[in-house]
Design a protein around this ligand. Structure first.
Ligand SMILES: Cc1cc2nc3c(=O)[nH]c(=O)nc-3n(C[C@H](O)[C@H](O)[C@H](O)COP(=O)(O)OP(=O)(O)OC[C@H]3O[C@@H](n4cnc5c(N)ncnc54)[C@H](O)[C@@H]3O)c2cc1C
Length: 357
Protein backbone atom coordinates (compact mmCIF):
# COMPACT_ATOMS: atom_id res chain seq x y z
CA UNK A 1 0.00 0.00 0.00
CA UNK A 2 2.81 2.43 0.85
CA UNK A 3 4.61 1.60 -2.40
CA UNK A 4 1.39 2.15 -4.35
CA UNK A 5 0.78 5.44 -2.57
CA UNK A 6 4.30 6.58 -3.45
CA UNK A 7 4.40 5.02 -6.91
CA UNK A 8 4.90 8.44 -8.54
CA UNK A 9 8.30 8.74 -6.81
CA UNK A 10 9.59 5.84 -8.95
CA UNK A 11 8.14 7.40 -12.11
CA UNK A 12 9.74 10.76 -11.26
CA UNK A 13 13.12 9.02 -11.17
CA UNK A 14 12.53 7.61 -14.65
CA UNK A 15 11.47 4.05 -13.69
CA UNK A 16 8.48 2.26 -15.20
CA UNK A 17 6.13 0.59 -12.72
CA UNK A 18 3.75 -2.26 -13.53
CA UNK A 19 1.27 -3.56 -10.96
CA UNK A 20 -0.30 -6.97 -11.59
CA UNK A 21 -3.49 -7.96 -9.79
CA UNK A 22 -6.58 -10.09 -10.42
CA UNK A 23 -9.00 -7.28 -9.53
CA UNK A 24 -9.11 -3.52 -10.08
CA UNK A 25 -9.71 -3.25 -6.32
CA UNK A 26 -7.89 -4.67 -3.33
CA UNK A 27 -10.13 -5.80 -0.45
CA UNK A 28 -8.86 -5.57 3.11
CA UNK A 29 -9.37 -8.97 4.75
CA UNK A 30 -9.40 -7.59 8.30
CA UNK A 31 -12.80 -6.08 7.49
CA UNK A 32 -14.03 -9.00 5.34
CA UNK A 33 -16.09 -10.74 8.06
CA UNK A 34 -17.62 -7.34 8.94
CA UNK A 35 -18.66 -6.97 5.32
CA UNK A 36 -20.26 -10.43 5.46
CA UNK A 37 -22.25 -9.23 8.49
CA UNK A 38 -23.14 -5.97 6.67
CA UNK A 39 -21.36 -3.72 9.18
CA UNK A 40 -19.39 -2.53 6.16
CA UNK A 41 -20.26 -2.10 2.51
CA UNK A 42 -17.83 -3.51 -0.08
CA UNK A 43 -16.86 0.11 -0.86
CA UNK A 44 -15.83 0.68 2.78
CA UNK A 45 -13.25 -2.08 2.69
CA UNK A 46 -11.64 -1.72 -0.70
CA UNK A 47 -8.88 0.27 -2.25
CA UNK A 48 -9.00 1.33 -5.93
CA UNK A 49 -5.68 -0.21 -6.99
CA UNK A 50 -6.03 0.29 -10.75
CA UNK A 51 -7.18 3.89 -10.43
CA UNK A 52 -4.37 4.84 -8.02
CA UNK A 53 -1.68 3.09 -10.08
CA UNK A 54 -2.74 4.81 -13.29
CA UNK A 55 -3.18 8.19 -11.60
CA UNK A 56 0.37 7.96 -10.28
CA UNK A 57 1.86 7.18 -13.67
CA UNK A 58 2.11 3.36 -13.46
CA UNK A 59 0.59 0.61 -15.58
CA UNK A 60 -2.01 -1.74 -14.12
CA UNK A 61 -2.28 -5.22 -15.62
CA UNK A 62 -5.45 -7.11 -14.76
CA UNK A 63 -4.29 -10.70 -14.31
CA UNK A 64 -2.76 -13.27 -12.06
CA UNK A 65 0.88 -14.24 -11.81
CA UNK A 66 1.21 -17.97 -12.44
CA UNK A 67 4.98 -18.50 -12.48
CA UNK A 68 8.20 -16.63 -12.09
CA UNK A 69 11.14 -17.21 -14.39
CA UNK A 70 13.72 -15.83 -12.02
CA UNK A 71 16.76 -16.27 -14.29
CA UNK A 72 15.04 -14.50 -17.17
CA UNK A 73 13.53 -11.93 -14.77
CA UNK A 74 10.02 -12.40 -16.08
CA UNK A 75 6.63 -13.13 -14.54
CA UNK A 76 4.31 -15.39 -16.52
CA UNK A 77 0.63 -14.57 -16.09
CA UNK A 78 -2.20 -17.11 -16.16
CA UNK A 79 -3.16 -15.62 -19.55
CA UNK A 80 0.28 -16.65 -20.87
CA UNK A 81 1.47 -13.05 -21.12
CA UNK A 82 4.96 -12.39 -19.75
CA UNK A 83 6.11 -9.27 -17.94
CA UNK A 84 9.78 -8.48 -17.45
CA UNK A 85 11.25 -6.71 -14.43
CA UNK A 86 14.47 -5.28 -13.06
CA UNK A 87 13.24 -5.23 -9.46
CA UNK A 88 10.06 -6.84 -8.17
CA UNK A 89 7.97 -6.98 -4.99
CA UNK A 90 5.71 -9.97 -4.33
CA UNK A 91 2.62 -9.24 -2.26
CA UNK A 92 0.35 -11.99 -3.51
CA UNK A 93 -0.96 -13.03 -0.09
CA UNK A 94 -2.24 -16.46 0.84
CA UNK A 95 -5.02 -18.92 0.04
CA UNK A 96 -7.21 -21.37 1.96
CA UNK A 97 -6.45 -25.03 1.18
CA UNK A 98 -9.43 -26.69 -0.47
CA UNK A 99 -9.30 -30.16 1.17
CA UNK A 100 -10.31 -32.73 -1.42
CA UNK A 101 -12.36 -30.34 -3.53
CA UNK A 102 -11.02 -30.40 -7.05
CA UNK A 103 -13.56 -27.97 -8.49
CA UNK A 104 -15.20 -25.04 -6.68
CA UNK A 105 -18.48 -26.64 -5.56
CA UNK A 106 -21.86 -24.88 -5.35
CA UNK A 107 -22.42 -23.28 -1.92
CA UNK A 108 -18.86 -23.91 -0.72
CA UNK A 109 -16.92 -20.68 -0.18
CA UNK A 110 -13.41 -19.97 1.10
CA UNK A 111 -12.89 -17.02 3.42
CA UNK A 112 -10.41 -15.78 0.81
CA UNK A 113 -10.49 -14.10 -1.68
CA UNK A 114 -12.48 -11.56 0.31
CA UNK A 115 -14.43 -10.36 -2.76
CA UNK A 116 -16.20 -13.76 -2.86
CA UNK A 117 -17.69 -13.08 0.58
CA UNK A 118 -20.11 -10.65 -1.13
CA UNK A 119 -21.44 -13.47 -3.27
CA UNK A 120 -21.57 -15.76 -0.20
CA UNK A 121 -23.55 -13.13 1.70
CA UNK A 122 -26.19 -12.79 -1.05
CA UNK A 123 -26.50 -16.55 -1.41
CA UNK A 124 -26.88 -17.04 2.37
CA UNK A 125 -29.65 -14.45 2.49
CA UNK A 126 -31.40 -16.12 -0.43
CA UNK A 127 -31.20 -19.59 1.15
CA UNK A 128 -32.15 -18.55 4.69
CA UNK A 129 -35.18 -16.65 3.35
CA UNK A 130 -36.51 -20.01 2.10
CA UNK A 131 -35.91 -22.26 5.12
CA UNK A 132 -33.74 -22.85 8.20
CA UNK A 133 -30.43 -23.92 6.68
CA UNK A 134 -27.37 -25.60 8.19
CA UNK A 135 -24.07 -23.84 7.71
CA UNK A 136 -20.73 -25.48 8.45
CA UNK A 137 -17.54 -23.50 9.00
CA UNK A 138 -14.49 -25.67 8.57
CA UNK A 139 -11.55 -24.53 10.69
CA UNK A 140 -11.13 -23.60 14.32
CA UNK A 141 -9.14 -20.38 14.17
CA UNK A 142 -9.96 -16.67 14.27
CA UNK A 143 -11.34 -16.45 10.74
CA UNK A 144 -13.79 -19.30 11.48
CA UNK A 145 -14.89 -17.48 14.66
CA UNK A 146 -15.28 -14.15 12.87
CA UNK A 147 -17.21 -15.68 9.98
CA UNK A 148 -19.55 -17.53 12.38
CA UNK A 149 -20.26 -14.41 14.45
CA UNK A 150 -20.87 -12.24 11.42
CA UNK A 151 -23.00 -14.84 9.70
CA UNK A 152 -25.14 -14.85 12.83
CA UNK A 153 -25.31 -11.05 12.67
CA UNK A 154 -26.22 -11.08 8.97
CA UNK A 155 -29.10 -13.51 9.40
CA UNK A 156 -30.34 -12.03 12.70
CA UNK A 157 -30.71 -8.64 11.05
CA UNK A 158 -32.38 -10.02 7.91
CA UNK A 159 -35.79 -11.49 7.32
CA UNK A 160 -35.79 -15.26 7.25
CA UNK A 161 -34.42 -17.78 9.70
CA UNK A 162 -31.13 -17.80 11.56
CA UNK A 163 -29.23 -20.86 10.29
CA UNK A 164 -28.00 -23.73 12.39
CA UNK A 165 -24.30 -22.73 12.51
CA UNK A 166 -21.61 -25.31 13.28
CA UNK A 167 -17.87 -24.66 13.51
CA UNK A 168 -15.78 -27.77 12.81
CA UNK A 169 -12.72 -26.96 14.89
CA UNK A 170 -10.80 -30.24 14.85
CA UNK A 171 -9.78 -31.13 18.41
CA UNK A 172 -9.59 -27.68 19.98
CA UNK A 173 -11.14 -24.32 19.14
CA UNK A 174 -8.77 -21.30 18.88
CA UNK A 175 -5.94 -23.56 20.06
CA UNK A 176 -3.17 -20.97 19.49
CA UNK A 177 -4.70 -18.43 21.87
CA UNK A 178 -4.79 -17.87 25.62
CA UNK A 179 -7.50 -19.53 27.68
CA UNK A 180 -9.08 -16.13 28.39
CA UNK A 181 -9.36 -15.25 24.69
CA UNK A 182 -10.66 -18.71 23.79
CA UNK A 183 -13.34 -18.61 26.48
CA UNK A 184 -14.50 -15.12 25.58
CA UNK A 185 -14.82 -15.92 21.88
CA UNK A 186 -16.40 -19.29 22.58
CA UNK A 187 -18.92 -17.96 25.13
CA UNK A 188 -20.07 -15.22 22.78
CA UNK A 189 -20.62 -17.66 19.92
CA UNK A 190 -22.21 -20.41 22.01
CA UNK A 191 -24.63 -17.93 23.64
CA UNK A 192 -26.04 -17.35 20.15
CA UNK A 193 -26.66 -21.02 19.54
CA UNK A 194 -23.53 -21.56 17.42
CA UNK A 195 -22.16 -25.08 17.94
CA UNK A 196 -18.45 -25.78 18.10
CA UNK A 197 -17.63 -29.34 17.07
CA UNK A 198 -14.31 -30.55 18.49
CA UNK A 199 -14.53 -34.31 18.20
CA UNK A 200 -12.50 -34.79 15.03
CA UNK A 201 -10.86 -33.25 12.00
CA UNK A 202 -12.73 -32.86 8.73
CA UNK A 203 -11.49 -35.50 6.34
CA UNK A 204 -13.59 -34.89 3.26
CA UNK A 205 -16.44 -32.91 1.78
CA UNK A 206 -18.72 -34.53 -0.70
CA UNK A 207 -21.77 -32.76 -2.02
CA UNK A 208 -22.19 -30.61 1.12
CA UNK A 209 -21.66 -33.63 3.37
CA UNK A 210 -18.76 -33.18 5.74
CA UNK A 211 -17.11 -36.35 7.02
CA UNK A 212 -14.85 -36.26 10.09
CA UNK A 213 -11.89 -38.58 10.66
CA UNK A 214 -14.05 -40.39 13.22
CA UNK A 215 -16.43 -41.35 10.41
CA UNK A 216 -19.14 -38.99 11.71
CA UNK A 217 -21.00 -37.24 8.86
CA UNK A 218 -22.80 -33.87 8.85
CA UNK A 219 -25.16 -32.82 6.04
CA UNK A 220 -25.07 -29.11 5.40
CA UNK A 221 -26.60 -26.55 3.05
CA UNK A 222 -23.66 -24.18 2.94
CA UNK A 223 -19.96 -24.44 3.79
CA UNK A 224 -17.22 -21.94 4.54
CA UNK A 225 -13.63 -23.12 4.32
CA UNK A 226 -11.51 -21.41 6.99
CA UNK A 227 -8.79 -23.95 7.76
CA UNK A 228 -5.94 -21.46 7.96
CA UNK A 229 -3.97 -20.07 5.06
CA UNK A 230 -0.90 -21.01 3.05
CA UNK A 231 1.36 -18.67 1.07
CA UNK A 232 0.50 -18.14 -2.58
CA UNK A 233 1.78 -21.20 -4.51
CA UNK A 234 3.52 -19.19 -7.27
CA UNK A 235 6.93 -19.60 -5.62
CA UNK A 236 6.85 -23.35 -5.12
CA UNK A 237 5.44 -23.66 -8.66
CA UNK A 238 8.50 -21.78 -9.89
CA UNK A 239 11.13 -23.73 -7.94
CA UNK A 240 12.17 -20.65 -6.03
CA UNK A 241 13.71 -20.84 -2.54
CA UNK A 242 10.82 -21.22 -0.11
CA UNK A 243 10.33 -21.76 3.60
CA UNK A 244 8.66 -24.88 5.01
CA UNK A 245 5.20 -23.41 4.33
CA UNK A 246 5.93 -22.60 0.66
CA UNK A 247 6.38 -18.85 1.18
CA UNK A 248 9.16 -17.04 -0.69
CA UNK A 249 12.25 -17.27 1.52
CA UNK A 250 13.45 -13.74 2.29
CA UNK A 251 16.30 -12.35 4.38
CA UNK A 252 16.26 -9.46 6.86
CA UNK A 253 15.84 -7.01 3.95
CA UNK A 254 12.71 -8.84 2.74
CA UNK A 255 14.88 -9.86 -0.19
CA UNK A 256 15.40 -13.24 -1.81
CA UNK A 257 19.07 -14.21 -1.24
CA UNK A 258 19.36 -16.18 -4.46
CA UNK A 259 17.73 -13.44 -6.57
CA UNK A 260 18.52 -10.11 -4.89
CA UNK A 261 16.23 -8.12 -7.18
CA UNK A 262 13.26 -9.99 -5.80
CA UNK A 263 11.54 -8.75 -2.63
CA UNK A 264 8.30 -9.62 -0.92
CA UNK A 265 6.09 -9.05 2.08
CA UNK A 266 2.90 -10.10 3.83
CA UNK A 267 1.42 -13.58 3.86
CA UNK A 268 3.31 -14.82 0.79
CA UNK A 269 6.81 -14.73 2.30
CA UNK A 270 8.75 -16.83 4.78
CA UNK A 271 10.95 -14.54 6.87
CA UNK A 272 14.23 -16.43 7.35
CA UNK A 273 15.03 -14.91 10.75
CA UNK A 274 11.85 -16.09 12.44
CA UNK A 275 8.51 -17.42 11.21
CA UNK A 276 5.88 -14.67 11.30
CA UNK A 277 2.17 -15.12 11.95
CA UNK A 278 -0.02 -14.57 8.91
CA UNK A 279 -1.51 -11.33 10.17
CA UNK A 280 -1.94 -7.97 8.51
CA UNK A 281 0.10 -6.37 11.28
CA UNK A 282 3.32 -7.71 9.74
CA UNK A 283 2.29 -6.82 6.19
CA UNK A 284 1.67 -3.26 7.42
CA UNK A 285 4.95 -3.07 9.36
CA UNK A 286 6.82 -4.28 6.26
CA UNK A 287 5.28 -1.60 4.04
CA UNK A 288 7.83 1.21 4.53
CA UNK A 289 10.78 -1.21 4.41
CA UNK A 290 9.60 -2.67 1.12
CA UNK A 291 9.16 0.76 -0.39
CA UNK A 292 12.59 1.84 0.79
CA UNK A 293 14.32 -1.31 -0.44
CA UNK A 294 12.70 -1.33 -3.88
CA UNK A 295 13.84 2.24 -4.41
CA UNK A 296 17.28 1.61 -2.88
CA UNK A 297 17.87 -1.42 -5.11
CA UNK A 298 17.03 0.62 -8.21
CA UNK A 299 19.09 3.62 -7.13
CA UNK A 300 22.06 1.69 -5.75
CA UNK A 301 21.56 2.76 -2.16
CA UNK A 302 21.74 0.83 1.13
CA UNK A 303 18.90 -1.53 2.02
CA UNK A 304 16.95 -1.32 5.27
CA UNK A 305 16.44 -4.34 7.55
CA UNK A 306 12.95 -5.27 8.69
CA UNK A 307 12.34 -5.45 12.43
CA UNK A 308 9.19 -7.49 13.15
CA UNK A 309 8.74 -5.61 16.42
CA UNK A 310 7.20 -6.95 19.59
CA UNK A 311 3.81 -8.18 20.60
CA UNK A 312 0.87 -6.96 18.56
CA UNK A 313 -2.71 -6.02 19.31
CA UNK A 314 -5.26 -8.70 18.46
CA UNK A 315 -8.94 -7.91 18.11
CA UNK A 316 -11.51 -10.33 16.78
CA UNK A 317 -14.82 -9.15 15.38
CA UNK A 318 -17.29 -11.73 16.70
CA UNK A 319 -20.36 -10.00 15.22
CA UNK A 320 -23.28 -8.29 16.93
CA UNK A 321 -21.10 -5.22 17.50
CA UNK A 322 -18.83 -7.19 19.84
CA UNK A 323 -15.14 -8.00 19.81
CA UNK A 324 -12.48 -9.78 21.83
CA UNK A 325 -9.21 -7.90 22.40
CA UNK A 326 -5.82 -9.08 23.59
CA UNK A 327 -2.62 -7.14 24.04
CA UNK A 328 0.05 -8.72 26.24
CA UNK A 329 -1.74 -9.53 29.53
CA UNK A 330 -4.80 -7.38 28.84
CA UNK A 331 -7.89 -9.19 27.54
CA UNK A 332 -11.43 -7.91 27.33
CA UNK A 333 -14.48 -8.45 25.20
CA UNK A 334 -17.78 -6.83 24.27
CA UNK A 335 -18.62 -3.58 22.54
CA UNK A 336 -15.49 -1.59 23.57
CA UNK A 337 -13.26 -4.20 21.90
CA UNK A 338 -15.19 -3.99 18.65
CA UNK A 339 -15.27 -0.19 18.86
CA UNK A 340 -11.45 -0.11 18.94
CA UNK A 341 -11.11 -2.54 16.02
CA UNK A 342 -13.66 -0.63 13.99
CA UNK A 343 -11.86 2.66 14.65
CA UNK A 344 -8.41 1.26 13.72
CA UNK A 345 -9.66 -0.54 10.59
CA UNK A 346 -11.70 2.39 9.27
CA UNK A 347 -8.79 4.77 9.90
CA UNK A 348 -6.41 2.43 8.04
CA UNK A 349 -8.71 2.20 5.03
CA UNK A 350 -9.53 5.90 4.99
CA UNK A 351 -5.83 6.78 4.99
CA UNK A 352 -5.27 4.86 1.77
CA UNK A 353 -8.68 5.61 0.23
CA UNK A 354 -7.82 9.32 0.57
CA UNK A 355 -5.15 8.95 -2.11
CA UNK A 356 -7.80 7.75 -4.58
CA UNK A 357 -9.03 11.35 -4.90
C1 LIG B 1 -11.17 -13.54 7.24
C2 LIG B 1 -9.85 -12.95 7.63
C3 LIG B 1 -9.80 -11.95 8.60
C4 LIG B 1 -8.59 -11.39 8.99
N1 LIG B 1 -8.56 -10.41 9.93
C5 LIG B 1 -7.39 -9.84 10.29
C6 LIG B 1 -7.35 -8.78 11.24
O1 LIG B 1 -8.37 -8.36 11.76
N2 LIG B 1 -6.14 -8.25 11.55
C7 LIG B 1 -4.98 -8.69 10.99
O2 LIG B 1 -3.91 -8.15 11.30
N3 LIG B 1 -4.99 -9.68 10.08
C8 LIG B 1 -6.15 -10.26 9.71
N4 LIG B 1 -6.17 -11.28 8.79
C9 LIG B 1 -4.91 -11.66 8.16
C10 LIG B 1 -4.56 -10.58 7.15
O3 LIG B 1 -5.66 -10.30 6.38
C11 LIG B 1 -3.41 -10.97 6.24
O4 LIG B 1 -2.29 -11.31 7.02
C12 LIG B 1 -3.05 -9.79 5.32
O5 LIG B 1 -4.13 -9.47 4.49
C13 LIG B 1 -1.84 -10.12 4.47
O6 LIG B 1 -1.65 -9.09 3.56
P1 LIG B 1 -1.05 -9.41 2.13
O7 LIG B 1 -0.91 -8.11 1.44
O8 LIG B 1 0.11 -10.29 2.24
O9 LIG B 1 -2.17 -10.32 1.41
P2 LIG B 1 -3.64 -9.97 0.93
O10 LIG B 1 -4.25 -8.90 1.76
O11 LIG B 1 -4.34 -11.28 0.84
O12 LIG B 1 -3.44 -9.40 -0.54
C14 LIG B 1 -2.96 -10.20 -1.57
C15 LIG B 1 -3.29 -9.56 -2.89
O13 LIG B 1 -2.67 -10.28 -3.92
C16 LIG B 1 -3.58 -10.53 -4.97
N5 LIG B 1 -3.18 -11.79 -5.62
C17 LIG B 1 -3.45 -13.06 -5.20
N6 LIG B 1 -2.90 -13.94 -6.06
C18 LIG B 1 -2.25 -13.24 -7.01
C19 LIG B 1 -1.49 -13.59 -8.15
N7 LIG B 1 -1.29 -14.87 -8.48
N8 LIG B 1 -1.00 -12.60 -8.92
C20 LIG B 1 -1.21 -11.30 -8.57
N9 LIG B 1 -1.91 -10.90 -7.50
C21 LIG B 1 -2.43 -11.86 -6.73
C22 LIG B 1 -4.93 -10.61 -4.27
O14 LIG B 1 -5.97 -10.32 -5.16
C23 LIG B 1 -4.78 -9.54 -3.20
O15 LIG B 1 -5.15 -8.29 -3.70
C24 LIG B 1 -7.39 -11.86 8.39
C25 LIG B 1 -7.43 -12.86 7.42
C26 LIG B 1 -8.65 -13.41 7.02
C27 LIG B 1 -8.69 -14.49 5.96
Amino acid sequence: MVTLAKLHTFVEKGHRVTVIGPSAHHYYSGMGPGMLGRTYTPEDIRFATRHVVEKRGGTFLLGKAARIQADEKTVVLESGETVSFDVISFNAGSYVPQLNLSEPAQDVYSVKPIERLMEARDRLLELSAQKKISVGILGGGPSAAEIAGNLWQLTSDAEGQIPDIRIFAGKRFMARFSEKVRQKVKNTLVSRGIRIVTNGYVESIDNLRVVLDTGQAHDLDFIFLAMGVRPNPIFSNSNLPTGPDGGLLVNAFLQCDAYPDMFGGGDCIYFQQQPLDKVGVYAVRQNPVLYHNLMARLEGEALQAFDPGGDYLLIFNVGGGKGVLQKKWVTFGGRPAFFIKDYIDRKFMQKFQAIEE
